[in-house]
Design a protein around this ligand. Structure first.
Ligand SMILES: [Zn+2]
Length: 315
């Protein structure tokens, strides 16, 4: 089936005619995504355009898959369940620590009912429940929502559009690694504002296009993923969009420290050299089989630590 692409205006200021920031050749940068799309019968586009609004600076994929195709391509990219490795077990422990410290941060400002939008496997809700919160989750993917309910969590299948929550009823909302996937993030933030109590706390975290990794990685930054990450925020555009929805920012920071910064720098240099070596070899060689092998290898810059921006705001 042919992909259906749609052109959109800037979701922050409404203006059209953005400037082209990057044109990303799909086959070179996204071999895995291309395979996944072919498997579900999609004819993947030859390239993706990442644009930047000339007026407010918002970075977004344009044109992009229509909403249904977007969901499908996102679903098809999801990894299947595999046996848990030692590293994954270690990660699980550090994940729990991370979620506990996230809840501690939220608890400095709010307590009561927590809403997790895009709650996935319900890890944050589980931790919050143990800490005495009443928890509600909203999750568009049916399988994940059902798995959460099996864990005894109150999770509704759908989006804030389809799941009707009462106005002025929520004390804290978590929106982590979600806003970049939303087709209309401004509208979702307005919906969150409506259902939250006055003085309630909103936490948004997303990958930061203004971060060191993004700036050095350019279009090879592994979090670009243009088919599913429709928006790329930085501190300025994230704050502007949250405040447009009626919130007041109380804290805005990058989730990194100096050690991470230097580690990132070292890995960035190393992985960029590998990418350049691959590109060089690709141009140099006449051997078809080597060229196709190189094409299959992911040509992306892949540092192990990614910078996110975190914003705390009150209604
Ligand atoms: Zn704009």
């Amino acid at each position: 089936m042919k992909h259906r692409l749609e052109l959109v205006s800037c979701n922050l200021c409404g203006k059209d005619k953005p400037r082209l920031k990057w044109r990303i050749k799909s086959s070179m940068y996204y071999p895995k995504l291309m395979n996944a799309l072919s498997k579900v019968g999609r004819d993947p586009p030859e390239y993706f355009d990442i644009v930047q609004c000339r007026h407010c600076g918002l970075v977004y994929t344009n044109p992009r898959y229509s909403s249904e195709d977007q969901t499908e391509s996102y679903e098809s990219q999801k990894p299947g369940k595999a046996k848990e490795t030692f590293i994954q077990k270690l990660r699980k422990t550090s994940e729990r620590n991370r979620l506990n410290s996230r809840m501690q941060e939220i608890e400095r400002y709010a307590k009561g009912i927590l809403l997790d939008v895009g709650c996935a496997d319900g890890k944050l809700l589980t931790v919050a429940k143990e800490r005495g919160w009443k928890v509600i989750g909203v999750e568009p993917f049916g399988k994940e929502a059902a798995a959460c309910r099996k864990l005894g969590l109150d999770v509704k299948t759908g989006t804030l559009d389809t799941v009707k929550l009462k106005a002025d009823s929520i004390n804290a909302t978590n929106l982590s690694d979600v806003i970049e996937h939303l087709p209309d993030p401004s509208k979702t933030l307005e919906q969150v504002h409506r259902i939250m109590k006055k003085g309630g706390l909103l936490l948004v975290s997303t990958q930061d296009i203004g971060s060191f990794n993004a700036r050095t990685g350019g279009k090879g930054w592994d979090l670009i993923s243009p088919a599913s990450h429709l928006y790329q925020f930085d501190k300025k555009t994230l704050k502007a969009m949250v405040e447009k929805a009626g919130f007041r920012t109380i804290r805005l920071y990058r989730d990194n420290n100096m050690l991470r910064h230097y580690l990132n720098f070292a890995f960035a240099m190393l992985s960029r050299s590998i990418v350049f070596a691959k590109l060089f070899l690709y141009r140099l060689t006449k051997s078809r089989s080597l060229r196709s092998q190189l094409k299959k290898t992911t040509l992306r810059y892949w540092p192990p630590l990614n910078d996110h921006v975190i914003l705390l705001a009150r209604k």
